[in-house]
Ligand binder design. Sequence first.
Ligand SMILES: NC(=O)c1ccc[n+]([C@@H]2O[C@H](COP(=O)([O-])OP(=O)(O)OC[C@H]3O[C@@H](n4cnc5c(N)ncnc54)[C@H](O)[C@@H]3O)[C@@H](O)[C@H]2O)c1
Length: 380
Amino acid sequence: MKKLNVGIIGYGFMGRTHSNAYCMVNHFFNVAYKPQLQVICGLEDNVAKAFAEQWGYKSHTTDWHKVIEDDSIDIVDICVPNNVHAEIAIAAAKAGKMIICEKPLALNGEEAKTMTEAVEKAQVANLVSFNYRRVPAVTLAKMLIDEGRLGRIFHYRANFLQDWTISEQVPQGGVGTWRLDVKAAGSGVTGDLLAHCIDTAMWQNGRIKSVCAMTETFIKERKHVETGKVEPVGIDDACTFMCRFDNGSLGNFESTRYARGHKALYTFEINGEHASLAWDLHDLHRLSYFDHADESIVRGWRSIHVTDSDMPYMDKWWVPGLQIGYEHTFVHQIADFLDGLEKGEPARPTFREALATQYVCDAVLSSAKTNTWQNIQNPV
Ligand SMILES: NC(=O)c1ccc[n+]([C@@H]2O[C@H](COP(=O)([O-])OP(=O)(O)OC[C@H]3O[C@@H](n4cnc5c(N)ncnc54)[C@H](O)[C@@H]3O)[C@@H](O)[C@H]2O)c1
């Protein structure tokens, strides 16, 4: 197996999921490459040092430029807040590194386009971490759609509901709450949560061509951790949009951090001519399926337990009946990335595909601002 040295920038939530994935991948997937945890980078030296020791990194740093300048690094993995993605990705592309970047790709479409052009010019392997595509039940949904089991698709609806910012005491900016600071995040729930729903939806149901949205910022001012001052909040706390897909189907999407009782309720439902599908992140190993072709006396929604070895990714794990979880989606992502290198077929979504999602996010925000329908720019 050929060794690939990995430098991860960001040791937070995603730094942990990605580190875990690199550690696990060769134990479960037969891939031609073996990732090595080489360097971890983050803002605080003592935290980076402890992280390096815990996960087995050879070194640590607080300066991401050192990761890029290090000739031994093959893959730069970007797990930092959204406002730092572009600078790192463009520098990494110029240095000829392969790049895995967390979602959303950038603060906005313009920045994402520059990043896409940089990786394409440098011809480096690139992948954006829309990991929900790699939940086996979500991948199975895509397979069933591609097999034509749903027939013509009429409706796609998705929600991503949370409740962690309802208190006015939650600050904006800084470690842990950078998502509430528009300068660090680019947007609120649109880029953070709906980007996932949009990526999955376009992967399963094709391009979104136009959107009509509304957003709200329920708490208008919050203390900023870095300045210590109460400042206006620039992010969308909630966003609802309807859309038209290229295939003629209608979409409804909603996301909020003000849905009391919901921590991370990502759900989607797809209604077709012959069948419907539904999925729920809180029960991620199950796919609900309704097939109108069933005999009427037994017709109804069935709950498919996605654990059999003929289901996506499941032959690599345990035995039928035993489920896997959230962290495995990142293992699948790295396995697919390494497999793509071997086959010369890039794992998806590439930066260019994630640019399409970024354009939808931009159009959603612009629609909400102008109270108008917006057509989506085509990235290809
Ligand atoms: N795929 C998913 O489901 C998913 C889930 C959560 C977060 N994300 C994305 O992952 C990225 C990181 O989110 P997170 O939740 O891990 O954040 P986090 O706050 O937990 O961690 C951010 C890390 O970035 C480091 N950092 C910040 N600025 C830096 C700089 N200039 N140089 C070096 N290090 C820097 C911090 O030290 C910290 O280690 C974001 O883009 C976010 O949208 C994706």
